[in-house]
Design a protein around this ligand. Structure first.
Ligand code: NAD
Length: 499
């Protein structure tokens, strides 16, 4: 009797669950192994030297990816901040203040080259200190920081072209305070234009991410930058306040929350200090029904999940045209389900750690408010590491403009989805916020892009892309997102006085 032919089994097809939850896509761990060359203790960088704080105090800094202690950081008290300003003033009154732009440019160029040479080391240190995925520190933060120094090195001897018909001069000593979301990049945004314009600097990094800023002192030493031109002091709000209000600060530049920005502005009211403020945001990422939806979904993911949503210009409000809302949401959920959350040092990680427990608690509370106020929550079903601060990528649909998650800056990987029918409604909803830092528009129509970018009250409007930066492009806000620009000719002008 002829045998029944054995049926060859067809290749197994992924089940719907596997496709959605990504069980098929397990990678082996691929940790970055470069040595970050971290010291056990970081002193303050004042007058070109690492000096112990007069306060005698140190505070620990931990890695948010695993909560392990990284180093002890010197805490600058008022006397240390004063020493930093005295040293910056001395440098400004001395060689640096008299140096030709072409010479200053050489130092800035050298800093850029040294940062490039030590890029891998700085990327690992940045990831360990701040929690962001290594692929972001390696491919974005560190190269972009170097790019800012390169760009501004080129300006140092061309300041005559900055304001046609006018001459420009430096302010003197500049006090700068920065946040924890892009520690090294924010440092570059602040220090590079200040030096190109001929100022000297006292900078304070955020208390949870001081390591790479102090490590940057090593680069300044290697570059042979004259003592006192850049001084770096560490500490929390009290140290920041001492930097912002110091009598020798001719100009102050602050990047951080709107709440702290307002406190600083109140404390400086009535003084003649020049000020620039880069504050919070609640950007709308607007998807029209003629947009290339797959590309738009990538843009949405990049807009809100990049750097765990620790981005002032994050596209945290998705405004999607009603006719394509269900399709976009379905595509978005599929895409989110295959994002990899975990060890920031793993080269395959898409979302690393939340910067601190305090920030994790803030995100958790705001997400709870979204649930309590009746929005529908979708969360990535992944397993999170047992140690460290992690939060699942989260999408809320059915959000209305009155929900807290649609109004307040969450600064985490949390997206609120709202819908609209007409161009006018999209503009009205996008502008219905206290902030005005950035926005995104996805559409096939050039004329619509022009209309939207004219009517959206946002300092930056991206079209058919999101979160793109260039040192030559000015960045900054409207309304409660602050004033002044960083990057480009406009950013450099903020570090000069017109004479
Ligand atoms: P934060 O305002 O809490 O702290 C920012 C910095 O200010 C830190 O260095 C902190 O130590 C210091 N500080 C705190 N109190 C101070 C005071 N009274 N006086 C002077 N300095 C003080 O902000 P954060 O939580 O570190 O950063 C997140 C915020 O930064 C978000 O709101 C985000 O949108 C904003 N941000 C804005 C931009 C931009 O370009 N607009 C860029 C990055 C981050």
């Amino acid at each position: 009797m002829p045998k029944t032919p054995v049926k060859k089994s067809a290749p197994r097809r992924a089940s719907a669950r596997e496709l959605v939850f990504g069980d098929l896509w397990e990678f082996d761990p691929a940790p970055e192994t470069a040595d970050p060359k971290l010291k056990k203790r970081y002193d303050l960088f004042i007058g070109g030297e690492f000096v112990a704080p007069k306060s005698g105090k140190y505070f620990p800094t931990i890695s948010p990816g695993n909560e392990a202690k990284l180093a002890d950081i010197a805490l600058a008290g008022a006397a240390d901040v004063d020493a930093a300003f005295q040293s910056a003033q001395k440098a400004f009154d001395g060689a640096w203040g008299k140096m030709a732009g072409s010479e200053r440019g050489k130092y800035i160029y050298r800093i850029a080259r040294l940062l490039q040479d030590r890029a891998r080391e700085f990327a690992v240190a940045e990831t360990m200190d701040g929690g962001k995925p290594i692929k972001e520190s390696r491919d974005f933060d560190v190269p972009m920081a170097a790019a800012h120094f390169f760009y501004h090195a080129g300006w140092a001897d061309k300041l005559d072209c900055l304001a046609p018909g006018r001459r420009v001069a430096p302010h003197g000593v500049v006090g700068q305070v920065i946040p924890w979301n892009f520690p090294l990049l924010m440092l570059a945004w602040k220090i590079a234009p200040a030096l190109a314009a001929g100022n000297t600097v006292v900078l304070k990094p955020a208390e949870t991410t001081s390591t790479t800023a102090l490590k940057f002192g090593e680069i300044l030493q290697e570059a042979g930058l004259p003592p006192g031109v850049v001084n770096i002091v560490a500490g929390a709000g009290e140290t920041g306040a001492a930097v912002m209000t110091h009598p020798l600060a001719a100009k102050v530049a602050f990047t951080g929350s709107t709440e702290v920005g307002k406190i600083i502005m109140r404390s400086l009211a009535g003084t003649d200090k020049k000020m620039t403020m880069e504050l919070g945001g609640k950007a709308a990422n607007i998807i029209f029904d003629d947009a290339p939806l797959d590309q738009a979904v990538e843009g949405i993911v990049n807009g809100i999940f990049f750097n765990q949503g620790h981005v002032c210009c994050a596209g945290s409000r998705l405004l999607v045209q009603e006719s394509v809302a269900a399709t976009v949401l379905a595509k978005l959920k599929r895409r989110i389900a295959v994002l990899r959350v975990g060890d920031p040092l793993d080269k395959n990680t898409d979302l690393g750690a939340i910067n601190s427990r305090e920030q994790l608690d803030r995100i958790t509370a705001l997400v709870q408010s979204g649930v309590d106020e009746g929005a529908e929550m979708f969360q990535h079903a992944c397993k999170l590491p047992a140690k460290g601060f992690y939060f699942r990528p989260t999408v809320f649909s059915g959000v209305t403009q009155s929900h807290r998650i649609a109004r307040e800056e969450i600064f985490g990987p949390v997206l609120s989805v709202l819908t609209f029918r007409t161009v006018e409604e999209a503009i009205e909803k996008a502008n219905n916020t206290a902030f005005g830092l950035s926005a995104g528009v996805w559409t096939d129509k050039g004329s619509r892009i022009l209309k939207m970018s004219t009517e959206l009250k946002a300092g930056v409007v991206w079209a058919n892309t999101f979160n793109k930066f260039d040192p030559a492009s000015p960045f900054g806000g409207y309304k409660e997102s602050g004033f002044g620009r960083e990057g480009g000719r406009q950013g450099l002008l903020d570090y000069c006085k017109l004479i």
